[in-house]
Design a protein around this ligand. Structure first.
Ligand SMILES: [Zn+2]
Length: 271
Protein backbone atom coordinates (compact mmCIF):
# COMPACT_ATOMS: atom_id res chain seq x y z
CA UNK A 1 0.00 0.00 0.00
CA UNK A 2 1.42 3.43 -0.86
CA UNK A 3 2.43 5.15 2.36
CA UNK A 4 3.32 8.81 2.94
CA UNK A 5 6.86 8.46 1.50
CA UNK A 6 5.53 6.87 -1.70
CA UNK A 7 2.89 9.59 -2.07
CA UNK A 8 5.51 12.27 -1.45
CA UNK A 9 7.83 10.66 -4.00
CA UNK A 10 4.96 10.49 -6.50
CA UNK A 11 4.14 14.15 -5.81
CA UNK A 12 7.74 15.20 -6.48
CA UNK A 13 7.91 12.91 -9.51
CA UNK A 14 4.84 14.21 -11.33
CA UNK A 15 4.89 17.90 -10.29
CA UNK A 16 7.53 19.08 -12.81
CA UNK A 17 5.54 17.47 -15.65
CA UNK A 18 2.10 18.91 -14.92
CA UNK A 19 2.55 22.15 -12.98
CA UNK A 20 1.70 25.10 -15.21
CA UNK A 21 0.05 22.82 -17.77
CA UNK A 22 -3.45 23.36 -19.16
CA UNK A 23 -5.84 20.40 -19.13
CA UNK A 24 -7.18 19.48 -22.56
CA UNK A 25 -9.36 16.56 -21.56
CA UNK A 26 -10.07 14.12 -18.73
CA UNK A 27 -10.90 10.57 -19.82
CA UNK A 28 -12.73 8.48 -17.23
CA UNK A 29 -12.86 4.81 -18.19
CA UNK A 30 -13.92 3.56 -14.76
CA UNK A 31 -15.75 5.95 -12.42
CA UNK A 32 -16.34 3.37 -9.70
CA UNK A 33 -13.43 3.95 -7.35
CA UNK A 34 -13.67 4.18 -3.56
CA UNK A 35 -16.12 7.02 -4.16
CA UNK A 36 -17.66 7.75 -7.59
CA UNK A 37 -15.49 9.98 -9.77
CA UNK A 38 -17.54 13.15 -10.48
CA UNK A 39 -19.32 12.76 -13.84
CA UNK A 40 -18.65 16.40 -14.62
CA UNK A 41 -14.89 16.22 -14.00
CA UNK A 42 -13.95 16.57 -17.68
CA UNK A 43 -16.31 19.53 -18.09
CA UNK A 44 -14.95 21.19 -14.94
CA UNK A 45 -11.25 20.69 -15.65
CA UNK A 46 -11.02 21.27 -19.42
CA UNK A 47 -9.21 24.56 -19.99
CA UNK A 48 -7.99 24.89 -16.40
CA UNK A 49 -4.30 25.05 -15.54
CA UNK A 50 -2.69 23.01 -12.76
CA UNK A 51 -1.11 25.76 -10.68
CA UNK A 52 0.54 23.48 -8.15
CA UNK A 53 0.81 19.85 -7.09
CA UNK A 54 1.07 19.23 -3.35
CA UNK A 55 0.41 16.59 -0.74
CA UNK A 56 -1.71 16.56 2.44
CA UNK A 57 -1.51 13.29 4.39
CA UNK A 58 -1.78 10.68 1.62
CA UNK A 59 -3.84 12.91 -0.71
CA UNK A 60 -2.32 14.53 -3.77
CA UNK A 61 -3.80 17.97 -4.44
CA UNK A 62 -3.87 19.50 -7.91
CA UNK A 63 -4.71 23.18 -7.43
CA UNK A 64 -6.40 25.25 -10.14
CA UNK A 65 -7.94 28.74 -10.18
CA UNK A 66 -11.43 27.18 -9.73
CA UNK A 67 -10.76 24.48 -7.16
CA UNK A 68 -8.73 21.40 -6.34
CA UNK A 69 -8.53 17.78 -7.48
CA UNK A 70 -8.02 15.41 -4.53
CA UNK A 71 -6.39 12.16 -5.58
CA UNK A 72 -5.74 9.20 -3.26
CA UNK A 73 -3.81 6.12 -4.39
CA UNK A 74 -5.79 3.80 -2.10
CA UNK A 75 -4.36 0.28 -1.72
CA UNK A 76 -2.88 -0.24 -5.16
CA UNK A 77 -3.03 2.99 -7.14
CA UNK A 78 -0.19 4.51 -9.14
CA UNK A 79 0.33 7.48 -11.42
CA UNK A 80 2.48 7.62 -14.50
CA UNK A 81 3.48 10.35 -16.87
CA UNK A 82 3.31 9.29 -20.52
CA UNK A 83 2.39 10.46 -24.00
CA UNK A 84 -1.02 10.08 -25.65
CA UNK A 85 0.14 7.32 -28.01
CA UNK A 86 0.87 4.83 -25.23
CA UNK A 87 -1.61 1.93 -25.18
CA UNK A 88 -4.21 1.85 -22.42
CA UNK A 89 -3.73 -1.08 -20.07
CA UNK A 90 -6.07 -2.94 -17.79
CA UNK A 91 -6.91 -0.86 -14.68
CA UNK A 92 -5.87 2.42 -16.38
CA UNK A 93 -9.00 4.16 -15.10
CA UNK A 94 -8.37 7.87 -15.64
CA UNK A 95 -6.23 10.00 -17.97
CA UNK A 96 -5.56 13.68 -17.42
CA UNK A 97 -4.52 14.86 -20.89
CA UNK A 98 -2.62 18.14 -21.19
CA UNK A 99 -2.31 20.57 -24.10
CA UNK A 100 1.28 19.57 -24.86
CA UNK A 101 0.36 15.88 -25.22
CA UNK A 102 1.51 14.82 -21.77
CA UNK A 103 -0.80 12.31 -20.07
CA UNK A 104 -1.07 11.69 -16.34
CA UNK A 105 -2.52 8.17 -16.11
CA UNK A 106 -4.11 6.72 -12.96
CA UNK A 107 -3.97 2.94 -12.65
CA UNK A 108 -5.63 1.16 -9.72
CA UNK A 109 -6.31 -2.61 -9.85
CA UNK A 110 -8.19 -2.78 -6.53
CA UNK A 111 -10.07 0.52 -7.02
CA UNK A 112 -9.76 1.74 -3.43
CA UNK A 113 -8.24 4.97 -4.75
CA UNK A 114 -10.16 8.20 -5.22
CA UNK A 115 -10.34 11.15 -7.60
CA UNK A 116 -12.53 13.96 -6.25
CA UNK A 117 -13.12 17.65 -6.93
CA UNK A 118 -13.76 20.53 -4.57
CA UNK A 119 -14.33 24.19 -5.38
CA UNK A 120 -13.94 25.07 -1.68
CA UNK A 121 -10.52 25.55 -0.02
CA UNK A 122 -8.99 22.05 0.01
CA UNK A 123 -8.10 22.25 3.71
CA UNK A 124 -11.84 22.54 4.50
CA UNK A 125 -12.74 19.34 2.64
CA UNK A 126 -14.37 16.77 4.97
CA UNK A 127 -11.60 14.25 4.19
CA UNK A 128 -8.86 16.72 5.18
CA UNK A 129 -10.17 19.14 7.77
CA UNK A 130 -9.93 16.87 10.83
CA UNK A 131 -6.46 15.50 10.12
CA UNK A 132 -3.56 15.96 12.50
CA UNK A 133 -0.36 17.78 11.53
CA UNK A 134 2.12 16.69 8.88
CA UNK A 135 4.98 14.72 10.50
CA UNK A 136 7.64 16.54 8.46
CA UNK A 137 6.51 20.05 9.42
CA UNK A 138 7.46 22.01 12.54
CA UNK A 139 4.03 21.92 14.21
CA UNK A 140 4.57 18.20 14.81
CA UNK A 141 6.83 17.66 17.81
CA UNK A 142 7.27 15.87 21.12
CA UNK A 143 5.29 18.47 23.05
CA UNK A 144 2.25 17.82 20.85
CA UNK A 145 2.48 14.03 21.31
CA UNK A 146 2.95 14.44 25.05
CA UNK A 147 0.01 16.80 25.55
CA UNK A 148 -2.40 14.74 23.40
CA UNK A 149 -1.46 11.46 25.08
CA UNK A 150 -2.10 12.29 28.74
CA UNK A 151 -4.43 9.76 30.37
CA UNK A 152 -4.55 7.66 27.21
CA UNK A 153 -4.27 3.92 27.81
CA UNK A 154 -4.02 3.02 24.11
CA UNK A 155 -0.72 1.49 22.97
CA UNK A 156 1.79 4.15 21.92
CA UNK A 157 2.06 2.44 18.52
CA UNK A 158 -1.69 2.85 17.87
CA UNK A 159 -1.48 6.42 19.17
CA UNK A 160 1.13 7.51 16.61
CA UNK A 161 -0.76 5.69 13.82
CA UNK A 162 -3.93 7.69 14.57
CA UNK A 163 -4.33 10.30 11.79
CA UNK A 164 -6.09 12.69 14.16
CA UNK A 165 -2.83 12.85 16.14
CA UNK A 166 -0.38 12.92 13.22
CA UNK A 167 -0.86 11.86 9.61
CA UNK A 168 1.15 9.43 7.53
CA UNK A 169 2.74 7.15 10.14
CA UNK A 170 1.89 3.79 8.60
CA UNK A 171 2.55 0.40 10.16
CA UNK A 172 6.07 -0.12 8.82
CA UNK A 173 7.18 3.37 9.84
CA UNK A 174 5.57 3.12 13.30
CA UNK A 175 7.52 -0.10 13.95
CA UNK A 176 10.79 1.41 12.76
CA UNK A 177 10.38 4.73 14.60
CA UNK A 178 9.57 3.00 17.91
CA UNK A 179 12.66 0.83 17.56
CA UNK A 180 14.81 3.86 16.81
CA UNK A 181 13.35 5.66 19.85
CA UNK A 182 13.76 2.51 22.05
CA UNK A 183 10.09 2.60 23.08
CA UNK A 184 8.13 -0.65 23.49
CA UNK A 185 5.12 -0.50 21.12
CA UNK A 186 2.66 -1.80 23.75
CA UNK A 187 3.50 0.92 26.30
CA UNK A 188 0.38 2.97 27.13
CA UNK A 189 0.59 6.33 25.30
CA UNK A 190 -0.11 8.17 28.57
CA UNK A 191 2.93 6.55 30.22
CA UNK A 192 5.55 7.93 27.81
CA UNK A 193 7.56 10.90 29.10
CA UNK A 194 8.01 14.23 27.33
CA UNK A 195 11.71 13.50 26.72
CA UNK A 196 10.85 10.19 25.07
CA UNK A 197 8.12 11.80 22.92
CA UNK A 198 10.66 14.39 21.75
CA UNK A 199 12.92 11.54 20.72
CA UNK A 200 10.03 9.67 19.08
CA UNK A 201 8.89 12.69 17.06
CA UNK A 202 12.44 13.09 15.77
CA UNK A 203 12.67 9.35 14.94
CA UNK A 204 9.35 9.48 13.01
CA UNK A 205 10.76 12.35 10.97
CA UNK A 206 14.05 10.55 10.32
CA UNK A 207 12.39 7.27 9.31
CA UNK A 208 10.03 9.02 6.88
CA UNK A 209 12.78 11.22 5.43
CA UNK A 210 14.98 8.18 4.86
CA UNK A 211 12.14 6.43 3.06
CA UNK A 212 11.48 9.48 0.89
CA UNK A 213 15.20 9.66 0.15
CA UNK A 214 15.12 6.09 -1.05
CA UNK A 215 11.87 6.53 -2.95
CA UNK A 216 9.56 4.66 -0.57
CA UNK A 217 9.54 1.00 0.37
CA UNK A 218 7.11 -0.81 -1.87
CA UNK A 219 8.54 -1.51 -5.27
CA UNK A 220 5.36 -2.27 -7.16
CA UNK A 221 3.42 0.84 -6.14
CA UNK A 222 5.67 3.53 -7.45
CA UNK A 223 6.16 4.53 -11.01
CA UNK A 224 8.69 7.25 -11.55
CA UNK A 225 8.72 10.11 -14.02
CA UNK A 226 9.93 7.85 -16.81
CA UNK A 227 7.13 5.34 -16.21
CA UNK A 228 9.32 2.67 -14.66
CA UNK A 229 8.97 1.27 -11.14
CA UNK A 230 11.28 3.30 -8.95
CA UNK A 231 11.01 2.22 -5.34
CA UNK A 232 13.94 0.64 -3.59
CA UNK A 233 13.64 -1.58 -0.55
CA UNK A 234 14.48 0.46 2.51
CA UNK A 235 16.81 -0.96 5.12
CA UNK A 236 14.24 -1.95 7.72
CA UNK A 237 15.59 -2.77 11.17
CA UNK A 238 12.57 -4.52 12.74
CA UNK A 239 9.62 -4.77 10.33
CA UNK A 240 9.70 -8.14 8.52
CA UNK A 241 12.59 -9.37 10.71
CA UNK A 242 10.68 -11.46 13.29
CA UNK A 243 13.02 -13.91 15.07
CA UNK A 244 16.12 -12.41 13.48
CA UNK A 245 18.79 -10.82 15.71
CA UNK A 246 18.29 -7.22 16.82
CA UNK A 247 20.78 -5.03 14.94
CA UNK A 248 21.69 -3.43 18.26
CA UNK A 249 21.86 -6.25 20.85
CA UNK A 250 21.61 -9.50 18.83
CA UNK A 251 18.60 -10.83 20.77
CA UNK A 252 15.84 -12.28 18.56
CA UNK A 253 13.09 -9.80 17.62
CA UNK A 254 9.56 -10.49 18.87
CA UNK A 255 6.36 -10.22 16.83
CA UNK A 256 2.96 -9.48 18.32
CA UNK A 257 -0.23 -7.94 16.94
CA UNK A 258 -1.49 -4.53 18.03
CA UNK A 259 -4.85 -3.46 16.57
CA UNK A 260 -4.42 -6.48 14.27
CA UNK A 261 -1.22 -5.07 12.71
CA UNK A 262 2.12 -6.83 12.68
CA UNK A 263 4.30 -5.36 15.41
CA UNK A 264 7.96 -6.32 15.63
CA UNK A 265 10.25 -5.10 18.40
CA UNK A 266 13.25 -5.90 20.57
CA UNK A 267 12.15 -6.74 24.10
CA UNK A 268 15.65 -5.93 25.30
CA UNK A 269 16.23 -2.52 23.66
CA UNK A 270 12.67 -1.19 23.71
CA UNK A 271 11.10 -0.39 27.07
ZN1 LIG B 1 17.90 -5.15 20.88
Amino acid sequence: MPELPEVETTCRGIAPHIEGQMIKQVVIRQPKLRWPVPETLNQILTGLTIESVSRRAKYLLFSTASGTVLLHLGMSGSLRIMSTDQAVGKHDHIDFIFNDGTVLRFNDPRRFGAVLWTSEPAAEHPLLKNLGPEPLLADFNGELLYSLSRNRKTAVKSFIMNSHIVVGVGNIYANEALFMAAIQPTRPAGKVSLARYRKLAECIRVVLQQAIGQGGTTLRDFVNEAGKPGYFQQQLKVYGRTGLPCVSCNQPLTEIRIANRSTVFCGNCQR
